[in-house]
Design a protein around this ligand. Structure first.
Ligand SMILES: [Zn+2]
Length: 430
């Protein structure tokens, strides 16, 4: 199995099964109902773990929740901890509704403080960080590899300062970033540290949580492409600077585009995961995400979603007909597609060719779509009409059989004659 690695800009092979494969996928900062774009790293992470396990790997997925962050303080002055807790519950609930299960660990920054503090202390000992008036900053110029992951050079920075890179007169160099921030009066949570009261920066949280659950070296680090700089660049600086090997492969998923623009809460185009699930349902959304390669951007608009809905219905229809064995080698081609950079669009195209129930179900199960094989049960009155129609046919009373068929159709169902017992199948008309 191989995956495209953002750091080396080429495909990198995974060790042979059983691995182990440690996976860390950056999760959300919790201050509002998550938008549908946030579903992608979650879904890609869950699918990849599912696929790796089906290939015999021992895969462990960590998906963190950033519950200490400037955005949370700004969104709920005086009650940031309550908001973070509430929004964490929303996130668990909404991602849970995709029916893909949960990551093995879902750590919160607020529950990882000893590890965060220890890592900062280690960076100070290594002269890679310095404290200044209650803050602690990472000393970027001491880490020569800085910028390599995102392909940035010294003169680029600070081109894209995030809220974490706010200018401070305490910094030795404008590129330095905060590992620890001294407590400010408007912030309603804080932790004690050797540098005084304060709270951690966003980037150090992930470095510490990844190591806490996966150790100093692990296989895959994922997240949205928007996190490559500065977030992931800074994670690399912290963890590799501290002598850890850290992630072998960096997988950055493409962004969701909403009417051509990258959708983000700050851009004002807010379609929440909740809205999307309520409007389209989990099966349509999962097929929609399968339809684009995980590295590529994906448009969130009616067209691709309608197409995904029709494709899901197409799979359901396969199970309404009799199973036909797939040509030899079909499964191998499916495996090849997924083992080669987890090419879900190609896997999806192959699956659409199959009429083999067992094979198709096995593939759908990888993506949490096994439910498409469960046909809707007909209500008892429709089942009874169908039985009477079957009896009429047996006694060659075709007029009565036709009358009953029309009655069934009038109720929104269709009766199809099949070879298998009892000789017909009831299908809800779409
Ligand atoms: Zn992160």
């Amino acid at each position: 199995m191989r995956l495209y690695d953002s750091a080396t800009r080429q495909l990198q092979g995974l060790p042979p099964p059983p691995g182990p494969i440690g996976m860390y996928f950056c999760g959300p900062t919790v201050y509002a109902r998550a938008h549908i774009g946030n579903a992608r790293p979650f879904i890609v992470g869950m699918w990849l773990r599912s696929w790796l396990r089906s290939r015999g790997y021992k895969a462990t997925l960590v998906h963190n929740i950033t519950d200490i962050n400037d955005k949370i303080y700004a969104a709920a002055p005086g009650r940031s901890a309550e908001l973070a807790e509430e929004a964490s519950r929303w996130y668990i609930e909404d991602t849970g509704d995709f029916g893909l299960g949960r990551a093995d660990f879902e750590p919160k920054a607020s529950e990882s403080m000893p590890e965060i503090l220890a890592l900062i202390e280690e960076l100070i000992e290594r002269d890679l960080a310095y404290s200044a008036d209650g803050d602690v900053y990472y000393r970027v110029h001491r880490f020569p590899e800085y910028g390599k992951l995102a392909g940035r050079h010294d003169d680029d920075a600070p081109r894209n300062p995030s809220e974490e890179e706010e200018q401070s007169t305490l910094k030795e160099d404008p590129r330095d970033f905060a590992l620890w921030k001294a407590h400010k009066a408007r912030e309603d949570t804080w932790w004690d540290s050797p540098w005084g009261r304060g709270r951690p920066g966003w980037h150090i949280e992930c470095s510490a949580m990844a190591e806490k659950f996966l150790g100093p070296a692990f296989e895959i680090h994922g997240g949205g492409l928007d996190l490559i700089f500065p977030h992931h660049e800074n994670e690399v600086a912290q963890s590799r600077g501290a002598g850890r090997k850290f992630a072998h492969i960096w997988t950055h998923n493409g962004m969701l585009r909403f009417t051509g623009e990258k959708m983000s809460k700050s851009a004002g185009n807010v379609v929440t995961m909740r809205d999307a699930l309520d409007e389209w349902g989990r099966e349509t959304l999962l097929v929609y995400y399968m339809g684009a390669h995980w590295r590529k951007p994906i448009d969130y608009s009616e067209g691709p979603l309608e197409s995904a809905r029709a494709q899901a219905e197409g799979f359901r229809n396969v199970f309404r007909e009799d199973s036909t064995p797939a040509p030899e080698g079909s499964w191998d081609r499916f495996v090849d597609a997924l083992d080669d950079d987890f090419n879900t669009p190609e896997a999806l195209a192959l699956m659409h060719q199959w009429r083999d129930h067992g094979l198709l179900l096995r593939a759908l199960d990888v993506f949490g779509l096994g439910s498409l094989a469960e046909l809707e049960e007909s209500p008892p009155e429709i089942a009874s009409l169908a039985e009477r129609r079957q009896a009429a046919r047996s006694r060659r009373d075709f007029d009565e059989a036709d009358r009953l068929r029309a009655q069934i159709e009038g109720a929104g169902w269709e009766v199809r004659d099949v070879a298998k017992e009892p000789g017909y199948r009831l299908v809800r008309r779409s």
